[in-house]
Design a protein around this ligand. Structure first.
Ligand SMILES: Cc1ncc(COP(=O)(O)O)c(C=O)c1O
Length: 326
């Protein structure tokens, strides 16, 4: 049994998006409201951090180290969790030139407000983040501050456990529905997808896992999933019937963090039909991808679709909506 700190407000609600379903003439759309997890302000990351923070405490760490993009939701959730639980926090943040951001907005403003120590790195330096974080951990240990390193997106075995738990939570909420529904979600560092796939196999395939990439190719996502499974297999006998999730990279558009006006317009349409905020980089891209798949008729085989809202609403404060609001 792996320890877990119960930090998030769980279970998160599963709500019917009736106005959206009607407007899109689609299979019934449900929203899994992980934007309401609460801890660290919102989103999917706290489910993974519940396991990492328990392990950090168990290991006697007094600092956390992690890495991400300058607008990283994961870094924001980690930094705020560290503040609440009394860990020091070091964030390695990727910017295009490795320099601090002039005017912090969105999650990045929250990185500053949390009191975390921010280390800015170039994309080239970021490629060596594992070594950089290990070096920082060694330095902190030498200074008497043992640190716990959390990989990008907390997407490793421990983080995956958080989303396996989440998938079992959803399966419980689906009891009594016809099925199985498609569980549509944004996929990036892979922990969310890996955990959901494990939960699907543990619940007799109560749902079908469909991940839409926000920047990487399917081959790259599959490599990440393979690394998580490999680590998982060292800790427990992987059930033989984990079905590969359905993955698409058809909607990465201009790549990670590049958001088109068409995607933003779709996001606004959904906000106005649901009252929900979306992160243009993750959930906004994912809801656009879902709309396009529904339009193509490829979702007709499902009676229900669950859109996993993985949070990240602060992203709206880091994007320019002027072209689509005009
Ligand atoms: C809001 C949001 N949704 C989805 C994801 C993707 O989750 P994962 O990194 O587990 O693939 C992220 C990752 O940063 C995120 O911040």
């Amino acid at each position: 049994m792996v320890d877990r700190l119960a930090l998030a407000n769980l279970p998160t609600p599963l709500t019917a998006a009736d106005r959206l379903t009607e407007a899109w003439g689609s299979p019934r759309i449900w929203i899994k409201r992980d934007d309401l997890t609460g801890f660290g302000l919102s989103g999917n990351k706290i489910r993974k951090l519940e396991y990492h923070l328990a392990a950090a405490r168990e290991a006697g760490a007094s600092a956390l180290i992690t890495a991400g993009a300058a607008q990283s939701n994961h870094c924001r959730a980690t930094a705020l969790a560290a503040a609440q639980l009394g860990f020091d926090c070091h964030l390695f943040l990727r910017t295009s030139d490795g320099l601090p951001v002039d005017e912090p907005t969105g999650n990045h403003l929250l990185h500053h407000l949390s009191g975390a120590v921010l280390h800015f790195v170039t994309p080239e330096q970021y490629a060596g983040r594992t070594e950089m974080m290990a070096a920082k951990a060694a330095e902190l240990k030498g200074a008497g501050t043992p640190a716990w390193v959390i990989p990008e997106g907390a997407s490793d075995y421990l983080g995956m456990l958080g989303f396996a738990e989440a998938g079992r939570e959803l399966a419980g909420q689906l009891a009594g529905y016809d099925g199985p529904p498609a569980v549509w979600h944004a996929s990036s560092s892979g922990g969310t997808t890996a955990g959901l796939a494990m939960a699907a196999s543990q619940t007799n395939h109560a749902f079908v896992v469909v991940g839409t990439s926000v920047g990487d190719t399917v081959a790259e996502l599959n490599d990440r999933l393979a690394a998580i499974w490999q680590e998982t297999s060292r800790h427990r006998s992987l059930s033989k019937n984990i079905r590969s999730p359905i993955l698409t990279d058809a909607y990465i558009g201009g790549g990670y963090g590049v958001v088109s006006d068409e995607e933003l317009r779709c996001q606004l349409e959904v906000t106005r039909l649901t009252g929900l905020l979306f992160d243009p980089v993750y959930t906004g891209k994912a809801i656009y991808a879902l709309r396009e798949e529904i339009r193509s008729g490829r979702m007709d085989e499902y009676s229900d679709i669950v859109f996993w809202h993985t949070g990240g609403g602060f992203g709206v404060f880091a994007h320019d909506f002027s072209a689509v609001l005009a």
